[in-house]
Design a protein around this ligand. Structure first.
Ligand code: 5GP
Ligand code: MN
Length: 325
């Protein structure tokens, strides 16, 4: 099966006139940007679309044009209608769509556009390229392949997806193509400094309060090669933090000299812990996360464990210690 089937992807879009656009829960910059870019592409082609996410759009991404029209799917709700043509963006597997899955009609046809190496190839047509810096980079290609005219809004979406998924052009996925496309997006009107100020510089009050608490939990194992932080529900409540305030916290453990794997344990609920894993390069955290039912990229992966926080820490740190021995 051709994982990057541009011809079939184009046909999938050409042959439909009404699409549901979905991305993963806890959406990041690439997820929201790719969703909006796909919407702009469909609009240019005169097609209807409904963008929906199983979470609210993080406040810092609401400067993106069109983000106000993204619908929020909530668990257990009855969607106003079911869609039979779906485009999933930046989702490594179907379950990442979360409650938005309820908006898909049974037997809906699905186009899967993604860059995660752990993508399981779900859907009827796939446009998956693990060497793409961001899903937004694949959208860039699709825009070109379908002859869609560029606008400043579209350029800002593509630029934002690449900027955020490369960590501001710092991670390993910062390829020559990422820079070339970003450069072209600046030429097409993207305001690079405004986007960077909003997404890389500005810190919310609650984020900094949460960071202060998280750093107080900083711990080490395996001769300081494993480092982690924990965040409890009480931390979230008392700092009035939102999910988006967690972004970047895990890097404080990963960035420490000598640390090979940095981890953030986030207590989602009593007995439910979201684990974020970041590797300095020697450990494949995607494979590690996959062995617990999660996934992601070689250097950035995640998994949700159904157990209390202390047990999640023991389980993950113990398994990693064994792996790294
Ligand atoms: P984060 O730690 O920022 O939530 O996620 C890091 C990377 O791992 C992202 O690329 C994300 O898509 C992936 N990831 C995080 N949690 C999960 C999960 O539960 N399942 C899968 N398949 N991927 C995940
Ligand atoms: Mn991405």
């Amino acid at each position: 099966m051709n994982l990057f089937d541009l011809e079939r992807a184009k046909a999938f879009i050409r042959d439909g006139d009404d699409f549901l656009l979905v991305t993963h829960v806890q959406p990041d910059g690439d997820a929201v940007s790719s969703l909006l870019a796909a919407g702009l592409l469909l609009e240019s082609l005169g097609k209807r679309h409904t963008p929906v996410i199983g979470d609210r759009v993080p406040g810092r991404l609401r400067f993106l044009a069109g983000s106000g029209s993204i619908r929020t799917a909530t668990p257990g709700e009855t969607p106003e209608r079911l869609h039979d043509r779906v485009i999933a963006l930046d989702c490594a597997d179907f379950s990442r769509i979360g409650p938005a899955a309820a908006w898909c009609a049974p037997g809906a046809r699905l186009l899967n556009i993604d860059h995660h190496p752990t993508n399981d190839g779900f859907g009827d047509v796939t446009l998956i390229r693990p060497d793409a810096s961001a899903t937004a980079e694949i959208l860039y290609e699709l825009v070109g392949a379908m002859g869609v005219p560029w606008s400043r809004e579209l350029a800002e979406c593509i630029y934002t997806g690449i900027l955020t998924d490369t960590g501001g052009f710092r991670y390993q996925n910062t390829t020559p193509a990422a820079h070339r496309i970003a450069s072209e997006m600046l030429e097409r009107g993207a305001d690079g400094s405004r986007i960077a100020e909003r997404l890389l510089e500005r810190l919310s009050h609650s984020h900094v309060l949460l960071l202060k608490r998280a750093l107080a939990t900083l711990s080490f194992d395996a001769g300081n090669r494993i480092s982690w932080l924990t965040v409890t529900r009480a931390d979230m409540e008392e700092t009035e933090a939102k999910a988006e305030d967690l972004e970047g916290l895990v890097n404080y453990s990963r960035n420490i000299e000598g640390v090979e794997v940095g981890i953030l344990f986030k207590e989602v609920d009593e007995g439910k812990v979201k684990v974020s894993l970041r590797s300095a390069g020697t450990v494949d955290v995607a494979a590690f996360a996959k062995s617990f039912g999660g996934g992601g990229h070689v250097r950035a992966a995640g998994v949700t464990l159904h157990m209390p926080l202390p047990e999640a820490v023991r389980t993950i740190v113990g398994a990693l210690r064994g792996l790294m021995a």
